[in-house]
Design a protein around this ligand. Sequence first.
Ligand SMILES: C[S@@+](CC[C@H](N)C(=O)[O-])C[C@H]1O[C@@H](n2cnc3c(N)ncnc32)[C@H](O)[C@@H]1O
Length: 394
Amino acid sequence: MKMEVDFRMAIGEVEANYANNSRLQRKALLKTKPVLDKAVRQVCTALLPRAMVVADLGCSVGANTLLFISEVISMLGCHPMELQFFLNDLPGNDFNQVFRSLQQFTKSIAAGHPKGTTLPPFYISGLPGSFYTRLFPCQSVHLFHSSYCLHWQSQLFRKMSMPDKILLSDFPIWNNVQLFILAQMIKDMNKKMAYLNGENVYIAKSTPQSVVELYQDQFQKDMSLFLKLRHQELVPGGKMLLTFLGRKKEDVLDGDLSHLFGLLAQALQSLVTEGLVEKGKLESFNIPMYGPSIDEVKTVITRNKLFCIDHFELFESNWDPYDDLEHDGMHTNPHRGMNVAKSIRAVFEPLLASHFGEYILDKLFQRYAQIVERHLAKENTKYSVIILSLNQRD
Ligand SMILES: C[S@@+](CC[C@H](N)C(=O)[O-])C[C@H]1O[C@@H](n2cnc3c(N)ncnc32)[C@H](O)[C@@H]1O
């Protein structure tokens, strides 16, 4: 699977698709509301745009991106302003599903708008493409928003690449055999990189330092690029609100995602033992995601000198999307394991199916649900979610 072409959330069956299994992400949006409210007000008062351009990066499918749009519209209150929304995601995203829901959405927005006030005119467009590339003309967007996306890396490990076709005339002093040998060496090195993490699928206690550094370097590189591109696209004085998975502890080997994916690795290892998954397949799979610590995020922003931090917050969210209790004690819902497995499957199904084959998915997630259930009975681990509101620097 190529991230920038094929990657997407689960579609299809209502039971398992992302649209119906994204309560966790919805909770993050609700938590972010006061920060969004402040950002929208700041953009309105500081920039006084006649038409405000807002982009939701990594919109996916389902009600969450529409919730974001409706929040911005309702926050505008009586400002006489037009709104242009761009919904961005990778080209593999089911944009048609989003478009099909827009008519109903527009009706419900109009119906919910307070009587006697005018609904600001708004326009919604889809924008396929990776947010690790330029998406907009220079200085054309007032507000960027992205929720539950920036932990996704642009690629797994920075691989050394060879052109598909090499012409001898490109390298007059080299012959075909030498070039072939070089290509093989690079291929082997890439393969070794992927295999270095053993049967882990993310950073774990036994992950070698070289692999940890590959993850960290990729994060620094991706985040720096993202900041640079958005800085170019923002109207001077524009704002950016980013919510993504992070890490509460500085220790990279003890991250919140390490616990979650450590259990997924256990489920996959049990399928290897049963002969359902090849060991080599598991050893060559690494999840292209990284949960940075607060320091790592602050460092990359400070080093880039393109934005200053207006708001920084880390909040914790239970693994079980249906568990809204905020205390740290043990929670007793008997369906926790299943709920967690469903929310993870909705996000990872296409990625896992493309690497391991679709036939393992039911068994894998049954196993994962059991393992998570046992884990949560001993320890109430949570996600750490970072909310970051940034102001563009001149
Ligand atoms: C977990 S979903 C979050 C969707 C939505 N924002 C929400 O809150 O429900 C993450 C989304 O990020 C998208 N995504 C990941 N990497 C991306 C990239 N480089 N460019 C654009 N979208 C990306 C995925 O395709 C996916 O739809």
